[in-house]
Design a protein around this ligand. Sequence first.
Ligand code: AMP
Length: 522
Amino acid sequence: MTFADLGLSPKVLSAVTDAGYTQPTPIQAGAIPHALLGKDILGIAQTGTGKTASFVLPMLTRLEKGRARARMPRTLILEPTRELAAQVEENFIRYGKNHKLNIALLIGGVSFDEQDKKLERGADVLIATPGRLLDHRERGKLLLNGVEILVIDEADRMLDMGFIPDIERICEMIPFTRQTLFFSATMPPEITKLTEKFLHAPVRVEVSKAASAATNIIQRLVKSGSKPWDKRETLRNLIKAEDAELKNAIIFCNRKVEVSELFRSLLKYDFDAGALHGDMDQRARMQMLANFRDGKLRYLVASDVAARGLDIPDVSHVFNYDVPIHAEDYVHRIGRTGRAGRSGKSFTIATKSDTKYIDAIERLIGNKIEWHDGDLSTVVASEGEDDAPRRGKGAPRRAGRKDDDRKDHDRREKGGERKPRERHARPSEDAAPATVREEQPDVAEVAVADIGERRVRKEAIRSENTERKSSDRNEQRAPERGDTRPQRDSNRPARQRHQEDNDSTVGFGDDMPAFMRIVAKV
Ligand code: AMP
């Protein structure tokens, strides 16, 4: 089958040819002909399957007739995160290059004024995160009764982020005569209920088994002690061991506090790292992503919320600094590598308290994940700790040494100020020759040698430390603990995950499971 067989308009076909696509992907072949006929679609597909074009291309064709009116968009695409919304806008620009369409992107973290102007001009395509969309509507700047096509993308992610009440409200504001294109990687019961309520006789297109892991990705578990400094050292050792094959890597953490800590630590050890999580200023996030995509950053430390669904074509490695608490996240995380048929590697750092999460992942993917062959662990637990993994034969003992990370941690625990001190050695192999210099209070600032990169990284750190002033809706996250701002809907945090807002460590029992005691064999 070719694109010409699908019924798309000549303008769209020409843009598709320019994009270099010769054959529709299965989700495109399955969804586009029905979408062109105005039918509702239930697409069960993950990112990386070409699902964005499966709704953008037929929408462009259908938008060729008619015009937008002020404040009354003709189509609406809902995305769970700002990055995904911006990515969909890029798709509309690329495939809509032969059309003269007004596209408006309504996301938080940027001023309302520009967005108001675009709405006033009349938007053919409105791409929005739910919170910001409702803000505009409540300010009287937006009418949704002209929407002919509604796309709900990444619905299961919306569920995870507590957006379902918002989605229901938005669906009820749009005429029922609309066409609805609904996409989700998985179909938990809440999502099935939503589709039963808001889709009319949908055509179901399922392109791959939900939550199946790609086979072109080598997956390994790596044992580690559970203290932060143990895990960080395990990660550094792992990165060094993979250096020859490692082009770039996304390093996933469960919580934003870990993203921040690990990011700072990697900078301190002279790794060329950036960070991405939901609380960062939008400009810094986009810049960080662009730098990673362009190869200016080799490592991106990220939370699930910030990284889900991002289309970064060529990632060689994924490291799970934390085992994901929700098994499906594992599939999404490792799916950041091995894209478009390339091979990829993923390493998951596992401590003894992760056993039940690893079991759940293995049940979901239907396979046992092999243990990494070789000892990369920090090996020695501190006095009184019984949770370090068993040492491999001949592994060096490092008793008595506290690494920089651990000293920093101790200092923070005591609430003491960091004192300037000398830094003697560069801990990472892939860094420049050793230097001795005075350390300034902000580790991240001094650790970044590249002036061009420094601004962005400082900005990221600053944004972590700056209280959010914005009245933006929390489209990147559900409310955090202690967040006293008024919430629109008490249901919002219903299924909020640990990854962004939970500062407690998850554990279970003190016994180290037998399989974790076994030195890895591949
Ligand atoms: P998505 O699942 O929408 O995130 O798309 C994943 C990647 O596949 C994007 O980089 C698209 O540019 C690319 N893509 C989409 N459709 C096709 C196609 N028919 N042939 C080749 N690549 C495609």
